[in-house]
Design a protein around this ligand. Structure first.
Ligand code: GLA
Length: 424
Protein backbone atom coordinates (compact mmCIF):
# COMPACT_ATOMS: atom_id res chain seq x y z
CA UNK A 1 0.00 0.00 0.00
CA UNK A 2 2.72 2.30 1.29
CA UNK A 3 3.81 4.26 -1.74
CA UNK A 4 0.73 4.10 -3.90
CA UNK A 5 -0.36 7.39 -5.32
CA UNK A 6 -3.34 8.81 -3.39
CA UNK A 7 -5.33 9.24 -6.59
CA UNK A 8 -5.07 5.58 -7.53
CA UNK A 9 -7.76 4.66 -4.95
CA UNK A 10 -11.29 4.87 -6.37
CA UNK A 11 -12.68 6.99 -3.50
CA UNK A 12 -9.58 9.15 -3.49
CA UNK A 13 -9.91 9.47 -7.24
CA UNK A 14 -13.37 10.95 -6.79
CA UNK A 15 -12.00 13.34 -4.16
CA UNK A 16 -9.14 14.31 -6.47
CA UNK A 17 -11.52 14.93 -9.37
CA UNK A 18 -13.67 17.02 -7.05
CA UNK A 19 -10.62 19.06 -5.99
CA UNK A 20 -9.65 19.58 -9.61
CA UNK A 21 -13.23 20.58 -10.42
CA UNK A 22 -13.26 23.13 -7.59
CA UNK A 23 -9.92 24.45 -8.76
CA UNK A 24 -11.10 24.76 -12.36
CA UNK A 25 -14.18 26.62 -11.19
CA UNK A 26 -11.67 28.99 -9.64
CA UNK A 27 -12.60 31.53 -7.02
CA UNK A 28 -14.97 29.85 -4.62
CA UNK A 29 -14.59 31.92 -1.50
CA UNK A 30 -18.13 31.37 -0.24
CA UNK A 31 -18.82 35.12 -0.38
CA UNK A 32 -21.46 37.21 -2.13
CA UNK A 33 -23.95 34.36 -2.33
CA UNK A 34 -26.48 37.11 -2.94
CA UNK A 35 -25.57 40.45 -4.57
CA UNK A 36 -23.63 42.63 -2.08
CA UNK A 37 -25.39 45.70 -0.70
CA UNK A 38 -23.76 48.82 0.64
CA UNK A 39 -22.49 52.32 -0.06
CA UNK A 40 -19.63 53.78 -2.06
CA UNK A 41 -18.84 57.49 -2.53
CA UNK A 42 -17.60 57.74 -6.10
CA UNK A 43 -20.53 58.95 -8.20
CA UNK A 44 -21.56 61.48 -5.55
CA UNK A 45 -18.25 62.64 -4.09
CA UNK A 46 -15.80 61.85 -6.89
CA UNK A 47 -12.24 62.67 -5.92
CA UNK A 48 -12.82 65.67 -3.68
CA UNK A 49 -9.67 65.97 -1.60
CA UNK A 50 -9.85 69.57 -0.40
CA UNK A 51 -10.93 69.07 3.18
CA UNK A 52 -10.04 72.59 4.18
CA UNK A 53 -12.64 74.15 1.93
CA UNK A 54 -15.09 71.27 1.77
CA UNK A 55 -14.76 69.33 5.01
CA UNK A 56 -18.16 67.68 4.65
CA UNK A 57 -17.64 66.42 1.12
CA UNK A 58 -14.00 65.44 0.93
CA UNK A 59 -12.88 61.80 0.80
CA UNK A 60 -11.84 61.44 4.40
CA UNK A 61 -12.35 59.32 7.49
CA UNK A 62 -14.92 61.86 8.57
CA UNK A 63 -17.14 61.07 5.56
CA UNK A 64 -16.92 57.33 6.19
CA UNK A 65 -17.57 57.62 9.92
CA UNK A 66 -20.60 59.80 9.26
CA UNK A 67 -21.89 57.37 6.64
CA UNK A 68 -21.30 54.36 8.91
CA UNK A 69 -23.38 56.05 11.60
CA UNK A 70 -26.14 56.92 9.14
CA UNK A 71 -26.25 53.45 7.59
CA UNK A 72 -27.16 52.19 11.03
CA UNK A 73 -29.25 55.05 12.46
CA UNK A 74 -31.33 55.52 9.31
CA UNK A 75 -32.19 51.82 9.05
CA UNK A 76 -30.19 50.98 5.90
CA UNK A 77 -27.99 48.40 7.60
CA UNK A 78 -31.02 46.57 8.95
CA UNK A 79 -32.39 45.95 5.45
CA UNK A 80 -29.03 44.72 4.13
CA UNK A 81 -26.76 47.65 3.18
CA UNK A 82 -23.66 46.36 4.98
CA UNK A 83 -20.59 47.12 2.89
CA UNK A 84 -19.12 50.59 3.35
CA UNK A 85 -16.60 50.86 0.55
CA UNK A 86 -13.93 53.51 0.12
CA UNK A 87 -13.38 54.29 -3.56
CA UNK A 88 -10.38 55.97 -5.20
CA UNK A 89 -8.41 58.88 -3.69
CA UNK A 90 -7.78 57.44 -0.22
CA UNK A 91 -4.02 56.86 -0.68
CA UNK A 92 -0.84 58.76 -0.33
CA UNK A 93 0.61 59.24 -3.79
CA UNK A 94 3.73 57.28 -2.84
CA UNK A 95 4.20 53.95 -1.09
CA UNK A 96 6.07 53.84 2.21
CA UNK A 97 9.75 54.50 1.47
CA UNK A 98 11.11 51.63 3.46
CA UNK A 99 8.41 48.94 3.41
CA UNK A 100 6.74 49.70 0.04
CA UNK A 101 3.37 49.45 1.75
CA UNK A 102 0.37 51.48 0.66
CA UNK A 103 -0.38 54.40 2.94
CA UNK A 104 -3.70 56.12 3.60
CA UNK A 105 -3.53 59.87 3.02
CA UNK A 106 -2.18 61.34 6.25
CA UNK A 107 -4.26 64.50 6.17
CA UNK A 108 -7.61 62.98 5.30
CA UNK A 109 -7.22 59.66 7.16
CA UNK A 110 -5.14 60.78 10.16
CA UNK A 111 -6.31 57.92 12.40
CA UNK A 112 -5.20 55.25 9.92
CA UNK A 113 -7.08 52.42 8.29
CA UNK A 114 -7.23 50.09 11.28
CA UNK A 115 -8.98 52.73 13.27
CA UNK A 116 -11.56 53.37 10.54
CA UNK A 117 -11.99 49.66 9.93
CA UNK A 118 -12.71 49.09 13.63
CA UNK A 119 -15.15 51.98 13.65
CA UNK A 120 -17.02 50.39 10.73
CA UNK A 121 -16.90 46.85 12.16
CA UNK A 122 -18.06 48.04 15.58
CA UNK A 123 -21.28 49.18 13.93
CA UNK A 124 -21.87 45.71 12.49
CA UNK A 125 -20.84 46.82 9.00
CA UNK A 126 -18.23 45.54 6.56
CA UNK A 127 -15.27 47.49 5.24
CA UNK A 128 -14.38 47.81 1.55
CA UNK A 129 -11.41 49.41 -0.16
CA UNK A 130 -10.53 50.44 -3.72
CA UNK A 131 -7.33 49.58 -5.54
CA UNK A 132 -6.13 49.30 -9.14
CA UNK A 133 -4.57 46.30 -10.87
CA UNK A 134 -2.29 48.51 -13.02
CA UNK A 135 0.32 51.18 -12.40
CA UNK A 136 -1.91 53.94 -11.00
CA UNK A 137 -5.45 54.40 -9.74
CA UNK A 138 -7.90 55.90 -12.22
CA UNK A 139 -8.50 59.37 -10.79
CA UNK A 140 -6.07 60.08 -8.08
CA UNK A 141 -3.16 58.34 -9.73
CA UNK A 142 -2.06 56.82 -6.48
CA UNK A 143 0.13 53.73 -6.73
CA UNK A 144 -1.44 50.73 -8.48
CA UNK A 145 -0.98 47.15 -7.34
CA UNK A 146 1.23 45.89 -10.15
CA UNK A 147 4.41 44.39 -8.72
CA UNK A 148 2.96 44.39 -5.20
CA UNK A 149 0.04 41.98 -5.30
CA UNK A 150 1.06 39.87 -2.28
CA UNK A 151 2.12 42.86 -0.20
CA UNK A 152 -1.05 44.84 -0.92
CA UNK A 153 -3.33 41.88 -0.28
CA UNK A 154 -1.59 41.34 3.06
CA UNK A 155 -1.88 45.03 3.91
CA UNK A 156 -5.60 44.92 3.13
CA UNK A 157 -6.03 41.82 5.28
CA UNK A 158 -4.14 43.48 8.14
CA UNK A 159 -6.55 46.42 7.92
CA UNK A 160 -9.55 44.12 8.23
CA UNK A 161 -10.79 44.73 4.68
CA UNK A 162 -13.87 42.66 3.73
CA UNK A 163 -14.38 43.80 0.13
CA UNK A 164 -11.92 44.87 -2.55
CA UNK A 165 -12.87 46.89 -5.62
CA UNK A 166 -10.02 46.39 -8.07
CA UNK A 167 -10.08 48.87 -10.93
CA UNK A 168 -8.25 48.41 -14.25
CA UNK A 169 -6.74 51.77 -15.21
CA UNK A 170 -3.15 52.11 -16.43
CA UNK A 171 -2.91 48.45 -17.41
CA UNK A 172 -2.44 46.63 -20.70
CA UNK A 173 -4.81 43.82 -21.71
CA UNK A 174 -2.11 41.44 -20.62
CA UNK A 175 -1.74 43.15 -17.24
CA UNK A 176 -5.49 42.75 -16.79
CA UNK A 177 -5.61 39.11 -17.80
CA UNK A 178 -2.69 38.18 -15.58
CA UNK A 179 -3.31 40.69 -12.82
CA UNK A 180 -6.94 39.99 -11.90
CA UNK A 181 -6.44 36.25 -11.27
CA UNK A 182 -3.12 36.89 -9.51
CA UNK A 183 -4.48 39.55 -7.17
CA UNK A 184 -7.48 37.31 -6.43
CA UNK A 185 -5.06 34.52 -5.57
CA UNK A 186 -3.09 36.90 -3.33
CA UNK A 187 -6.32 37.80 -1.52
CA UNK A 188 -7.13 34.11 -1.03
CA UNK A 189 -3.62 33.49 0.26
CA UNK A 190 -4.21 35.92 3.13
CA UNK A 191 -7.01 33.60 4.37
CA UNK A 192 -9.12 36.64 5.14
CA UNK A 193 -12.46 36.42 3.32
CA UNK A 194 -12.70 39.43 1.02
CA UNK A 195 -15.37 39.95 -1.63
CA UNK A 196 -13.52 40.53 -4.89
CA UNK A 197 -15.06 43.10 -7.23
CA UNK A 198 -13.33 43.35 -10.60
CA UNK A 199 -13.59 45.98 -13.32
CA UNK A 200 -11.86 43.55 -15.69
CA UNK A 201 -14.57 43.12 -18.40
CA UNK A 202 -15.14 46.85 -18.73
CA UNK A 203 -11.53 47.35 -19.83
CA UNK A 204 -11.54 44.45 -22.30
CA UNK A 205 -12.65 44.59 -25.89
CA UNK A 206 -13.95 41.02 -25.71
CA UNK A 207 -14.37 39.91 -22.11
CA UNK A 208 -14.26 36.20 -21.44
CA UNK A 209 -16.89 35.81 -18.73
CA UNK A 210 -16.16 32.10 -18.41
CA UNK A 211 -12.75 33.04 -17.05
CA UNK A 212 -13.76 36.21 -15.23
CA UNK A 213 -16.37 34.42 -13.16
CA UNK A 214 -13.76 31.94 -11.98
CA UNK A 215 -11.83 34.71 -10.32
CA UNK A 216 -14.26 37.45 -9.27
CA UNK A 217 -17.34 37.74 -7.08
CA UNK A 218 -18.66 40.60 -9.19
CA UNK A 219 -17.57 42.50 -12.23
CA UNK A 220 -18.30 45.83 -13.85
CA UNK A 221 -19.37 45.30 -17.46
CA UNK A 222 -20.29 48.88 -18.40
CA UNK A 223 -19.15 52.46 -18.17
CA UNK A 224 -19.36 54.58 -14.99
CA UNK A 225 -22.87 55.55 -14.04
CA UNK A 226 -23.97 59.18 -13.77
CA UNK A 227 -26.79 60.78 -11.86
CA UNK A 228 -29.18 60.77 -14.81
CA UNK A 229 -31.95 58.79 -16.44
CA UNK A 230 -29.90 58.69 -19.69
CA UNK A 231 -27.02 56.99 -17.94
CA UNK A 232 -29.33 54.38 -16.41
CA UNK A 233 -30.88 53.71 -19.81
CA UNK A 234 -27.42 53.44 -21.43
CA UNK A 235 -26.39 50.79 -18.93
CA UNK A 236 -29.70 48.92 -19.38
CA UNK A 237 -29.00 49.00 -23.11
CA UNK A 238 -25.48 47.61 -22.70
CA UNK A 239 -26.88 44.82 -20.51
CA UNK A 240 -29.70 44.12 -22.99
CA UNK A 241 -27.26 43.84 -25.91
CA UNK A 242 -25.18 41.16 -24.23
CA UNK A 243 -27.70 39.65 -21.84
CA UNK A 244 -27.37 36.19 -23.45
CA UNK A 245 -23.80 36.19 -22.07
CA UNK A 246 -24.32 38.08 -18.84
CA UNK A 247 -27.27 36.06 -17.59
CA UNK A 248 -25.55 32.72 -18.09
CA UNK A 249 -22.47 33.65 -16.12
CA UNK A 250 -24.11 35.25 -13.13
CA UNK A 251 -25.36 33.47 -10.00
CA UNK A 252 -24.54 32.97 -6.32
CA UNK A 253 -20.98 34.18 -5.70
CA UNK A 254 -20.66 35.76 -9.17
CA UNK A 255 -22.63 38.84 -10.20
CA UNK A 256 -22.83 41.33 -13.05
CA UNK A 257 -22.30 44.82 -11.69
CA UNK A 258 -24.05 47.63 -13.63
CA UNK A 259 -22.56 50.14 -11.15
CA UNK A 260 -23.99 52.11 -8.24
CA UNK A 261 -27.52 53.14 -7.34
CA UNK A 262 -27.71 56.88 -7.93
CA UNK A 263 -31.01 57.27 -6.11
CA UNK A 264 -31.07 60.10 -3.59
CA UNK A 265 -28.94 62.62 -5.48
CA UNK A 266 -29.94 65.56 -7.65
CA UNK A 267 -31.33 64.57 -11.00
CA UNK A 268 -33.56 61.51 -10.87
CA UNK A 269 -37.29 62.08 -10.58
CA UNK A 270 -39.26 59.80 -8.28
CA UNK A 271 -40.32 57.67 -11.26
CA UNK A 272 -36.76 57.42 -12.58
CA UNK A 273 -35.60 56.39 -9.10
CA UNK A 274 -38.19 53.61 -9.03
CA UNK A 275 -36.98 52.56 -12.46
CA UNK A 276 -33.36 52.15 -11.46
CA UNK A 277 -34.23 50.28 -8.27
CA UNK A 278 -36.62 47.86 -9.99
CA UNK A 279 -34.38 47.09 -12.96
CA UNK A 280 -31.30 46.66 -10.74
CA UNK A 281 -33.33 44.14 -8.70
CA UNK A 282 -34.21 42.25 -11.89
CA UNK A 283 -30.57 42.22 -13.04
CA UNK A 284 -29.51 40.80 -9.64
CA UNK A 285 -27.17 43.76 -9.41
CA UNK A 286 -25.17 44.66 -6.32
CA UNK A 287 -27.15 47.40 -4.54
CA UNK A 288 -24.39 49.88 -3.73
CA UNK A 289 -25.74 53.35 -3.03
CA UNK A 290 -23.80 56.53 -3.76
CA UNK A 291 -25.47 59.49 -2.09
CA UNK A 292 -25.45 61.64 1.02
CA UNK A 293 -27.47 59.60 3.48
CA UNK A 294 -28.17 62.69 5.54
CA UNK A 295 -30.07 64.42 2.74
CA UNK A 296 -31.87 61.55 0.99
CA UNK A 297 -35.55 62.56 0.73
CA UNK A 298 -37.97 60.39 2.74
CA UNK A 299 -39.73 58.93 -0.29
CA UNK A 300 -36.39 57.89 -1.83
CA UNK A 301 -35.24 56.45 1.48
CA UNK A 302 -38.47 54.43 1.60
CA UNK A 303 -37.73 53.16 -1.92
CA UNK A 304 -34.15 52.21 -1.04
CA UNK A 305 -35.48 50.35 1.98
CA UNK A 306 -38.37 48.61 0.23
CA UNK A 307 -37.98 45.11 1.66
CA UNK A 308 -40.07 43.42 -1.00
CA UNK A 309 -37.88 44.73 -3.80
CA UNK A 310 -34.73 43.98 -1.82
CA UNK A 311 -36.05 40.43 -1.40
CA UNK A 312 -36.33 40.15 -5.19
CA UNK A 313 -32.74 41.42 -5.56
CA UNK A 314 -31.55 38.91 -2.96
CA UNK A 315 -33.74 36.05 -4.18
CA UNK A 316 -32.34 32.68 -3.23
CA UNK A 317 -32.72 31.11 -6.69
CA UNK A 318 -29.85 33.45 -7.60
CA UNK A 319 -30.93 33.76 -11.24
CA UNK A 320 -30.57 37.16 -12.85
CA UNK A 321 -33.33 38.41 -15.14
CA UNK A 322 -33.30 40.10 -18.52
CA UNK A 323 -35.33 42.14 -20.95
CA UNK A 324 -37.79 39.64 -22.42
CA UNK A 325 -39.91 41.89 -24.59
CA UNK A 326 -39.68 45.26 -26.31
CA UNK A 327 -42.79 46.83 -27.75
CA UNK A 328 -42.93 50.40 -29.00
CA UNK A 329 -41.23 52.32 -26.17
CA UNK A 330 -42.05 49.75 -23.52
CA UNK A 331 -39.69 47.13 -22.23
CA UNK A 332 -40.57 44.14 -20.07
CA UNK A 333 -37.79 42.93 -17.74
CA UNK A 334 -38.37 39.62 -15.97
CA UNK A 335 -36.49 37.64 -13.35
CA UNK A 336 -37.25 34.08 -12.22
CA UNK A 337 -37.69 33.99 -8.44
CA UNK A 338 -38.92 31.86 -5.56
CA UNK A 339 -41.31 30.21 -4.86
CA UNK A 340 -41.31 27.22 -7.19
CA UNK A 341 -44.45 25.08 -7.43
CA UNK A 342 -44.76 21.28 -7.33
CA UNK A 343 -44.32 21.17 -11.12
CA UNK A 344 -40.96 22.96 -10.81
CA UNK A 345 -42.33 26.20 -12.28
CA UNK A 346 -40.91 29.36 -10.76
CA UNK A 347 -42.45 32.71 -9.96
CA UNK A 348 -41.37 35.95 -11.64
CA UNK A 349 -40.60 39.53 -10.74
CA UNK A 350 -41.55 41.63 -13.76
CA UNK A 351 -40.72 45.28 -14.38
CA UNK A 352 -42.74 47.07 -17.06
CA UNK A 353 -40.75 50.08 -18.24
CA UNK A 354 -42.14 53.09 -20.12
CA UNK A 355 -39.26 54.90 -21.79
CA UNK A 356 -41.61 57.74 -22.77
CA UNK A 357 -41.42 59.55 -26.08
CA UNK A 358 -44.56 58.01 -27.51
CA UNK A 359 -45.38 60.16 -30.55
CA UNK A 360 -48.99 60.72 -29.51
CA UNK A 361 -47.88 62.12 -26.15
CA UNK A 362 -44.17 61.94 -25.24
CA UNK A 363 -44.57 62.61 -21.56
CA UNK A 364 -47.85 60.91 -20.68
CA UNK A 365 -48.50 57.71 -18.81
CA UNK A 366 -49.08 54.87 -21.27
CA UNK A 367 -50.87 51.55 -21.01
CA UNK A 368 -48.82 48.45 -21.69
CA UNK A 369 -50.75 45.27 -22.40
CA UNK A 370 -49.14 41.85 -22.60
CA UNK A 371 -50.47 38.32 -22.65
CA UNK A 372 -48.99 36.19 -19.87
CA UNK A 373 -48.15 33.58 -22.50
CA UNK A 374 -45.99 36.10 -24.34
CA UNK A 375 -43.94 36.54 -21.17
CA UNK A 376 -43.60 32.76 -20.94
CA UNK A 377 -45.82 32.63 -17.87
CA UNK A 378 -47.41 29.32 -18.77
CA UNK A 379 -48.51 27.73 -15.50
CA UNK A 380 -52.08 26.57 -16.25
CA UNK A 381 -53.18 27.36 -12.69
CA UNK A 382 -51.91 30.90 -13.12
CA UNK A 383 -50.11 33.44 -10.98
CA UNK A 384 -51.23 35.77 -8.20
CA UNK A 385 -49.97 39.29 -8.77
CA UNK A 386 -48.95 41.97 -6.28
CA UNK A 387 -47.46 45.41 -6.80
CA UNK A 388 -43.90 45.34 -5.42
CA UNK A 389 -43.94 49.06 -4.64
CA UNK A 390 -46.96 48.44 -2.43
CA UNK A 391 -47.63 44.78 -1.71
CA UNK A 392 -51.00 45.49 -0.15
CA UNK A 393 -52.05 46.24 -3.72
CA UNK A 394 -53.16 42.74 -4.70
CA UNK A 395 -54.13 42.43 -8.35
CA UNK A 396 -55.55 38.90 -8.13
CA UNK A 397 -55.10 35.82 -10.30
CA UNK A 398 -53.88 35.81 -13.92
CA UNK A 399 -53.75 32.78 -16.22
CA UNK A 400 -51.55 32.26 -19.30
CA UNK A 401 -54.22 33.47 -21.74
CA UNK A 402 -55.07 36.56 -19.73
CA UNK A 403 -53.83 39.97 -20.75
CA UNK A 404 -51.94 41.89 -18.11
CA UNK A 405 -52.49 45.57 -18.49
CA UNK A 406 -50.61 48.26 -16.61
CA UNK A 407 -50.48 52.05 -16.91
CA UNK A 408 -46.94 53.34 -16.49
CA UNK A 409 -45.69 56.86 -15.89
CA UNK A 410 -43.25 58.30 -18.47
CA UNK A 411 -39.64 57.34 -17.78
CA UNK A 412 -41.04 55.10 -15.10
CA UNK A 413 -41.72 51.52 -14.16
CA UNK A 414 -44.36 49.33 -12.60
CA UNK A 415 -42.98 46.30 -10.85
CA UNK A 416 -44.96 43.20 -9.92
CA UNK A 417 -44.41 39.81 -8.44
CA UNK A 418 -46.19 37.00 -10.28
CA UNK A 419 -46.29 34.18 -7.75
CA UNK A 420 -46.84 30.78 -9.30
CA UNK A 421 -49.96 28.97 -8.10
CA UNK A 422 -49.54 25.38 -6.98
CA UNK A 423 -51.29 22.52 -8.70
CA UNK A 424 -53.24 20.54 -6.09
C1 GLA B 1 -13.17 54.23 -12.51
C2 GLA B 1 -14.27 53.33 -11.93
C3 GLA B 1 -15.17 54.13 -11.02
C4 GLA B 1 -14.36 54.75 -9.90
C5 GLA B 1 -13.23 55.59 -10.49
C6 GLA B 1 -12.29 56.09 -9.43
O1 GLA B 1 -13.68 55.19 -13.36
O2 GLA B 1 -15.00 52.73 -12.96
O3 GLA B 1 -16.19 53.31 -10.47
O4 GLA B 1 -13.85 53.75 -9.08
O5 GLA B 1 -12.47 54.86 -11.44
O6 GLA B 1 -11.21 56.75 -9.96
Amino acid sequence: MGNRNFCSFPVSLIICLFCIYVKVRGLDNGLALTPPMGWMPFERYRCMTDCERFPRDCISERLFRRTADLLVSEGYAKVGYKYLIIDDCWMERQRDNSTDELLPNRVRFPSGMNHLSNYIHNRGLKFGLYHDVGYKTCMYQGPGAIGHFELDAETFASWGVDYVKLDGCYATERDLDEGYPAFGQALNNTKRPMVYSCSWPFYKSKPNYQIIKKHCNLWRFAEDINDSYESIVDIMHIYHKQQHLLVNHSGPGHWNDPDMLVLGNYFLSYDESRLQFAVWAVMAAPLIMTNDLETVRPEIKALLQNRDIIAINQDSLGKPGKCILTRRNFQVWARPVEPINAMGMNSFAIAFVNHGEFPECPLCPQTCEVLLNEMRLVNPMGYTVVDLFNVSNDLGLYKPRDTFSTRINPKGVNFYKFTVVNIY
